[in-house]
Design a protein around this ligand. Structure first.
Ligand code: XUL
Length: 531
């Protein structure tokens, strides 16, 4: 499709709790947004926070793929009501929560290829999933499969060198291995395995969409250097896996035209192109328009850090993913499950839920918190693999509580950011003169929290008026994929407003927080040894 001044681009983001869409114009300005909240808009699927935590084993966390399908029907209806002219959309792309897997049963492809535009998608695809509860990124039930995969390739570091990560419980390879171990006949009755991202792309395409390199890097299966499946890894997880996954493609690939279903039901142009979907973190990297040296810190349900890396480095913890924008570069990713979960709990406990008082308490304590230090993990953390509350006084002695609410509040925020910094440094992050932190996510609205972030990293913190970086990034990718032969992403986005400086570090920040990072490393070593 040729792009005109009237062309628009659609970006989708299927996150843990909701499905969102943004439509932008040719100048990359937002025209329309819509969203569907899984818990309240689709209560029949009985999710909490978009997921089901299994009562008999809380490490098992899933979501029904049919709920995501039904959400797409609703989202498109909401866009229509909002006045979106679907015929102007030149291309669309999307992002989704990473690592989750969708299992299509035998015969699903022919259903996808012959969708009837008079009926909802969820009615027609109701029997298309061989696994009705898809494992999602919050699942941590595959430790056994992780060890087996690491052993198969020569240990955790060898796996990290090959696939960008040592084995992680939520990664798709160990998840597929668990399905094969525990339900082999279900595995065999599966004709295709999608990531959550490529599942949504498949709906738009009306056939199975290829996985993109960036999201495929979150599976422990892709050789991130050659961009091919690692045969050793596939073999260790399950038989005939290559054919169930299909060939991965660059994230900016145009996969084909939108399916007739969308043309006839919503009035999409038959020329509208579907661009490969990717993970929400790669999508955010695009949406935040990261410049060299930037660190994106997203403060949401989970806290995630994104680094732009020219070269991958072998690592103990954290992830290296193929870049969604360029063929030969990489991105570093760290994901901490205990982001807003402990922030909300400590806020409830210390202020009965008032963020205003929380901020006042944080501001009333000095940097360094009189030597008190705390780490709070409500749920099993990914990095480090610990759970529980740990409080230490000035003398480094383990204490069960702090003397005041203000000390507790500061201990939480300092402890979180000191941990984020230690692991970012392990991943290759070095604060230089031009380094900026681009903060996003719910807690980035709180300047007192961002001041602690600036001080701990000793780096200025900026924010952007981007409420949903992954959906916006997908809309940018939709356009970029059509014009990348003739321009760079940097040029395409050069006219967009620059991020706003919100906090600069205080002069004494390094002196206060460098020792605290060392203290964190020692505390974690100790906690892990005494587990
Ligand atoms: C990244 C991760 C999460 C999900 C959540 O590794 O597990 O950030 O992508 O959406």
């Amino acid at each position: 499709m040729t792009i005109s001044d009237e062309s628009t681009f659609l970006g989708i983001d299927l996150s843990t709790q909701q499905l969102k869409a943004v439509v932008i114009n040719n100048e990359l300005q937002t025209l329309h947004e819509a969203q569907v909240q899984f818990d309240c808009d689709l209560p029949e699927f009985r999710t909490h926070g978009g997921v089901v935590i299994h009562p008999q084993d809380s490490r098992v966390v899933t979501a029904p793929p049919l709920m995501w399908v039904k959400a797409l029907d609703m989202l498109l209806d909401r866009l229509r009501v909002a006045g979106v002219d679907f015929s102007q959309i030149a291309s669309l792309s999307g992002a989704a929560q990473q690592h989750g897997s969708v299992y299509w049963s035998k015969g699903a492809l022919s259903k996808l290829e012959s969708l009837n535009p008079d009926r909802f998608l969820h009615e027609q695809l109701a029997t298309c999933f061989s696994v009705t509860q898809s494992p999602v990124w919050m699942d941590s039930s595959t430790t056994e499969q992780c060890r087996r995969l690491e052993d198969a390739v020569g240990g955790p570091l060898a796996l990290a060198e090959l696939t960008g990560s040592r084995a992680y419980e939520r990664f798709t390879g160990p998840q597929i291995a668990k399905l094969f171990d525990t339900r082999p006949s279900t595995y065999h009755s599966t004709e295709r395995i999608s990531l959550v991202s490529s599942c949504v792309a498949s709906l738009f395409l009306g056939k199975y969409a290829a996985l993109d390199y960036s999201d495929a890097s979150g599976m422990n299966l892709l050789n991130i250097h050659t961009k091919e499946w690692s045969q050793e890894c596939l073999k260790s997880c399950a038989p005939d896996l290559a054919e169930k996954l299909g060939e991965p493609v660059p994230s900016y690939s145009v996969l084909g035209p939108v399916s007739d279903y969308f043309v006839e039901r919503y009035g999409f142009s038959p020329d509208c192109r579907v661009v490969a979907f990717t993970g929400d973190n790669p999508g955010s990297l695009i949406g935040m328009c990261m410049a060299e040296g930037d660190l994106v810190v997203s403060l949401g349900t989970s806290d995630t850090l994104i680094l732009d890396l020219k070269k991958p480095q072998t690592l103990g913890e954290g992830h290296i993913l193929c870049s969604p924008l360029t063929p030969d570069t990489f991105m570093g990713l760290l994901c901490f499950k205990n982001g807003s979960i402990p922030r909300n709990r400590i806020n409830e406990k210390c202020t009965e839920g008032s963020w205003q008082i929380f901020s006042e308490l944080l501001d009333s304590t000095p940097r360094g918190n009189f030597g008190n230090f705390g780490l709070y993990y409500d749920v099993q953390e990914i990095v480090p693999f610990v759970v529980g509350d740990y409080r230490f006084n000035k003398a480094g002695v383990h204490v069960s509580r702090f003397a005041s609410n203000e000390v507790e509040v500061r201990a939480l925020i300092e402890g979180q950011f000191v941990a984020r910094r230690a692991h970012a440094e392990d991943l290759g992050f070095i604060a230089g003169n031009n380094t900026r932190i681009l903060a996003t996510g719910g807690a980035s609205k709180n300047h007192c929290i961002l001041q602690v972030l600036a001080d701990v990293f000793n780096v200025p913190v900026y924010t952007q008026e981007v409420s949903n970086s992954a959906a916006l990034g997908s809309a940018y990718q939709a356009k970029f994929a059509l014009i990348r032969e003739s321009t760079t992403f940097k040029d395409m986005t050069a006219h967009l407003p620059s991020p706003t400086l919100v906090c600069s570090p205080y002069k004494d920040a390094q002196a206060v927080y460098n020792p605290m990072v060392a203290r964190y490393r020692a505390a974690i070593k100790n906690i892990l040894q005494n587990k």
